[in-house]
Design a protein around this ligand. Structure first.
Ligand code: MTE
Length: 398
């Protein structure tokens, strides 16, 4: 296969056949990892073949800063590591298609079926993208930073953009990363260099990064226009194909993630022994928000949403926020003291009796902007940003 040089963990669940590699970990295994996901179980979303980079070539990897700048740059990874301030902090990446399987079960979208594990967290090390962009001296009229990867795809290189003023805002933590959990990036995750855009959909974090292009208009890359959009719900696959106007509308392009959560315990299909006694069941899962907004409550229902119980929330990210810590040889330094760019874990102790009487378990979360996950699904043709209440049926043993 085109990716013969890439090692892959057998626990990963392939979502699109042999090639390209798109995969998620079983949810229980993913949460079993805890706050930081090992690279082997980190979800993978590849549009095509993984570029092959020999060990000896890693530091010579070159990328350019061009377009509307006074001082175009050509930078090697060696220069990036030597000449710029290095930073390390945890970031959760989420594919905009996370939980799409539930949408496809209602009505087939144009995307493949992600379960709820299209999300993972790692400690990324790199350089603030703003440091690089500033050295290139952007023109006053430049408004976007377009990014392009090295992977060769049917419609050109993978590319997209973010706003220049986001990149220049230190509170957004946008970086050029070359390490994940203290080791050089693995091939599937962008070796040797990728963009990481915290709080936004994974699709903006371009892997195998070759170009930063400053422009006045949003990216015209095929993948920016044809992917990662929430089109109005009445746009069907047939209508979408004939009407390019839907695609060019930048208002439908997704940037910030929206509040989302899932239940890992009980797992789908898991048989529970709920025979009487004083025991309690500990339900567990994850939740995340977008744009740096923190999840401030997680609620669980055992009666189809009529009443809700408040779950405990564990923000492991806060451990890293405490002053300065050294981890995997890197200084962990939050430039943002307020924003939150990682998932949290929730848990709720439920009397076994209540579990035994319930049909299913529902979870929903709310962020600090009081945005709550909706009850109903917003079906859209690309199957993006699915975040209604997450449901697991309760199945009794025997
Ligand atoms: N960058 C390039 N060059 N090519 C890609 O196919 N996929 C994007 C993004 N960056 C992609 C890319 C998408 S849709 C997602 S969700 C993330 O990478 C996934 O990152 P990961 O595979 O490291 O989890």
């Amino acid at each position: 296969t085109p990716d013969a040089h890439v090692f892959r963990d057998p626990r990963m669940i392939r979502l699109t056949g042999a090639h390209p590699f798109n995969a998620e970990a079983p949810l229980t295994a993913l949460l079993g990892e805890g706050f930081l996901t090992t690279p082997e179980l980190f979800f993978v979303r590849n549009h095509g073949p993984v570029p092959e980079v020999e060990d000896a070539e890693v530091l010579d990897w070159e990328f350019t800063v061009e377009g509307m700048v006074e001082n175009p740059l050509k930078i090697t990874l060696r220069d990036l590591m030597a000449e710029y301030e290095q930073q390390t902090y945890p970031i959760t990446l989420v594919c905009a298609g996370n939980r799409r399987k539930e949408q496809n079960m209602v009505r087939k979208s144009k995307g493949f079926s992600w379960g709820p594990a299209g999300v993972s967290t790692a400690l990324f090390t790199g350089v603030a993208m703003s440091d690089v962009i500033r050295r290139a001296r952007p023109h006053k009229k430049a408004r976007y930073v377009c990014m392009e990867g090295a992977d060769k795809l049917p419609n050109g290189h993978y590319g997209t953009c973010v706003k220049l003023n986001w990149v220049l805002d230190p509170n957004r933590g946008i970086m050029l990363a070359y390490k994940m959990n203290g080791e050089m990036l693995r091939p599937d995750h962008g070796r040797p260099l990728r963009a990481v855009i915290p709080g936004q959909i994974g699709g903006r974090s371009v892997k195998w990064l070759k170009k930063l292009i400053l422009t006045e208009m949003p990216s015209d890359n095929w993948y920016h226009i044809n992917d990662n959009r929430v089109l109005p719900t009445m746009v069907s696959p047939e209508v979408a194909a004939d009407n390019p106007r839907w695609w060019k509308d930048e208002r439908y392009a997704i940037y910030d993630l929206s509040p989302n959560s899932a239940i890992a315990a009980p797992a789908h299909g898991e048989k529970l022994s709920l025979a009487g006694g004083p025991q309690a069941y500990r339900a567990k899962g994850y939740a995340y928000g977008g744009g740096g907004r923190r999840i401030t409550r997680v609620e669980v229902s055992l009666d189809q949403g009529r009443t809700w119980r408040l779950a405990d929330i564990d923000y492991a990210e806060d451990e890293y926020r405490k002053a300065e810590r050294t981890l995997y040889g890197g200084k962990v330094d939050f430039q943002w003291r307020e924003a939150s760019f990682c998932w949290c874990f929730w848990a709720l102790t439920i009397p076994v009796q209540d579990m035994a009487e319930a049909k299913d378990l529902l979870v929903r979360c709310m962020d600090e902007g009081m945005c709550v996950q909706p009850r109903d699904m917003y079906w859209n043709v690309l199957g993006m940003m699915n975040n209604p209440w997450f449901r697991v049926a309760i199945i009794r043993e025997g």
